[in-house]
Design a protein. Structure first.
Length: 257
């Protein structure tokens, strides 16, 4: 007997349900956007703290509408982050009725771990990677061959810089979840992941070069955690395998008894 939760529904019912979930998502985005726009100045003041800590106390804007657009972008990015739990929950509510109970038990821990890992990656970027990169990049101020060179970053460029870091590190820290899902679904095996270590290192540096600004310090700050996260994923897969094997053995003993 199938242990699926819901009965097979007509396509129209699925489309109606999808529309309802999307309306909830759009509503959550709109509400969080307007709230974030109201506090956009305070949010940007928080985002600019690493720049101030690196010794830069002034930013400029070179276009009349740039400062306003920065507030809109700050509100939009903040809305995505704030509404993520709602978006993930609506996606889960739409997909869950079509899953078997064992599939739900397998996917739910990964769904719960996703925002935690993303926040962990963004926090690592904000407190460690961004200050380190800014300190390195701003050291080029001063006398350069007899001419004074000063850093005057615009608000738009700085926002793009810090958002690039936050999202790159946040998404990269989801690597263990991705690898464990691929292994659980049978697409890759633990043995294949182990043998692909050298390629994973190369891919980590390529991704770091693409996702971070074009300086060596920023690339190392992302590539090294990616390599460590790859190893953490292997440990997690190995631990999960042992736990499932022990559980299967215990169930087999109970069945024999």
């Amino acid at each position: 007997m199938r242990d699926i939760d819901s009965s097979e529904a007509p396509l129209l019912d699925h489309l109606i349900e999808l529309r309802r979930r999307m309306l909830y998502c759009v509503g959550a985005l709109l509400v969080t956007f307007f709230v974030a726009f109201y506090f956009a100045e305070q949010i940007f003041a928080f985002l600019v703290q690493p720049l101030i800590a690196a010794g830069q106390e002034r930013v400029i804007y070179t276009q009349l509408f740039e400062a306003f657009l920065v507030q809109v972008k700050v509100a939009f990015f903040s809305a995505i982050m704030l509404s993520f739990p709602v978006l993930a929950n609506q996606l889960w509510q739409f997909v869950a009725p079509g899953l078997y109970k064992r599939e739900k038990r397998a996917l739910l821990p990964f769904l719960l771990a996703t925002p935690v890992l993303f926040i962990g990656g963004a926090s690592f970027a904000y407190f460690i990677a961004i200050p380190t990169a800014l300190t390195f990049l701003l050291q080029y101020q001063g006398d350069m061959g007899g001419i004074q060179q000063d850093a005057l970053p615009s608000v738009g460029n700085y926002l793009s810089f810090i958002m690039q870091f936050l999202f790159a590190f946040g998404i990269s820290f989801l690597l263990p979840v991705l690898l464990m899902l691929l292994e659980r679904s049978g697409i890759v095996t633990l043995e294949q992941l182990k043998s692909a270590r050298r390629y994973a290192i190369v891919v980590a540096f390529i991704l770091a070069a693409v996702l971070t600004p074009p300086d060596v310090v920023s690339q190392f700050l992302l590539a090294v955690p990616l390599i460590l996260l790859y190893e953490i994923a292997l440990i997690g897969i190995r631990f999960t395998r042992k736990r499932e094997a022990a559980k299967a053995e215990a169930e087999a003993e109970q069945a024999d008894a």
